[in-house]
Design a protein around this ligand. Structure first.
Ligand code: PMP
Length: 423
């Protein structure tokens, strides 16, 4: 029916056709795959949580105040003055070769032997997540992921209409038996499992780390079931005692696509990350990268490259670690001191996050507006699951606020929880 044939007055009831069109006149034009694209709860929260009176334990912003801003600024202007014609020009879709060599050195700190040819530089590892999902997932394909999992990865999987099946974790990370069960179940249902997406180190949001024994077992299970592993490791160098763990990639180079990032070890706003992939996959990734961005930003890559060549970047990572350890300690002791009986939480050895479970009857999503009124924000657990779980959980980030603000934030949160438990 054309609009000239439909003289009925528009009634703006939510969900009615005119209401949908009023909200977005393009509603009927979008591709079917956009149905899975919904605003993340965390993004929606950013606006309120960033008001100065609110202590935000919600976001995962790195604490860049620890960076040597003066010398970086000098270096950046020098870069444009001396090498501007290269730095401001298009570059290779795969990324600047010198940077790819340096990335190999960075990965060597976690026991990875790699060739620069097998690296594709990306606009943050988020772009890697998008490209890998684009390459491997048809609508309905299964991606197995820890439950809970990184919200940005869930967004990529949803954007390509993959079905996420969560597997349980405990204090030693992903439970191998749960993985076996999920694989058996998918097989029984005739579904194709395309990827195991995992964050083995200092998990976002769970704060736990996969034990070394389990790493070997998980690699073996995936080889047995012919499932490719997508290993996401932005926090691996942020272990508070400087400890690193063998990457899954180092255990099975042919069956792992590895995602790395400078967001947490240097500067998130530069948006420089990378994918390390088996050779054949790397070729496809370059094509995918080309169609997405032509090439990653040359200037930003050169900034990272110069920083790695001239700054004590390992010392800088140590400074970051010390900063985050102090904040983690502040959070754990405040939780111990203030949180009501019946709450439990993880004790991260690195990274940015603590995962809290609250007593039965408390719904963290429903409680959030009341927490914001009490001037504290957190990320409620449901955003980290694709299947609606997580209503008794929340993620608390200690990476950004000062220890003092963290203590105050946890004190406020405890007050909100106590009144919630009395309801
Ligand atoms: N993976 C995980 C587990 C993350 O926590 C993040 C950022 N919070 C990313 C990927 C994306 O990082 P970036 O794009 O900044 O490299």
């Amino acid at each position: 029916m054309t609009s000239s044939q439909s003289p009925q007055p528009a009634q703006y009831r939510p969900g009615s056709e005119p209401a949908r069109q009023k909200l977005d006149p393009h509603i009927d034009r979008y591709a079917a795959r956009t149905a899975g694209m919904t605003a993340s709860e965390i993004r929606a929260l950013f606006a309120v949580a960033s008001r100065p009176e609110v202590v935000s334990l919600a976001g995962g912003m790195p604490n860049l105040a620890a960076l040597p801003l003066d010398s970086l600024s000098e270096q950046m202007s020098e870069l444009v003055a001396r090498d501007g014609l290269v730095a401001l020009q298009y570059g290779s879709a795969q990324g600047v070769p010198a940077l790819r060599e340096q990335i190999c050195e960075v990965m060597a700190m976690e026991g990875i032997t790699a060739h620069p040819d097998d690296i594709v530089v990306t606009v943050g590892s988020q772009m890697g997540l998008d490209m890998v999902t684009r390459l491997f997932c048809d609508p309905g394909d299964v991606v197995i992921a820890e439950g809970p999992s990184y919200v940005g990865a869930l967004g990529s999987f949803a954007a390509y209409q993959a079905q996420v099946v969560h597997v349980a974790m405990d204090d030693d990370g992903l439970v191998p038996e749960a993985l076996r069960e999920a694989l058996a179940q998918a097989k029984q249902e005739g579904k194709r499992v395309k990827l195991l997406y995992t964050i083995p180190n200092f998990h976002n949001p769970a704060g736990v780390t996969l034990s070394v024994e389990r790493r070997a077992e998980i690699v073996e299970i995936c080889a047995e079931h012919d499932v490719l592993i997508l290993e996401d490791n932005p926090y691996g160098l942020l272990g508070f005692d400087g400890q690193t763990y063998p990457s899954l990639r180092s255990m099975a180079p042919d069956n792992v696509v590895y995602l790395g990032s400078f967001s947490k070890t240097f500067a998130s706003g530069l948006r420089v990350g990378w994918v390390l992939a088996p050779h054949a996959v790397r070729e496809k990734l370059v094509l995918a990268a080309e169609s997405a961005t032509l090439c990653p930003p040359t200037l930003n890559q050169l900034v990272v490259s110069k920083y790695l060549a001239t700054h004590d970047w390992k010392g800088q990572i140590k400074t970051f670690r010390e900063n985050y350890r102090e904040r983690r300690d502040a959070m754990l002791s405040a939780l111990e001191q203030h949180l009501p009986e019946g709450c439990t939480w993880t004790r991260p050895e690195g990274g940015f996050y603590v995962w809290v479970t609250v007593p039965e009857g408390v719904d963290t999503k429903a409680m959030l507006p009341r927490a914001v009124t009490a001037r504290v924000a957190y990320a409620s657990g449901t955003g980290f699951y694709a299947d609606g779980l997580g209503s008794r959980q929340m993620r608390l980030s200690y990476c950004y606020p000062t220890p003092e603000r963290i203590r105050e934030g946890v004190r406020r949160l405890a007050g909100v929880l106590e009144s919630e438990m009395e309801l």
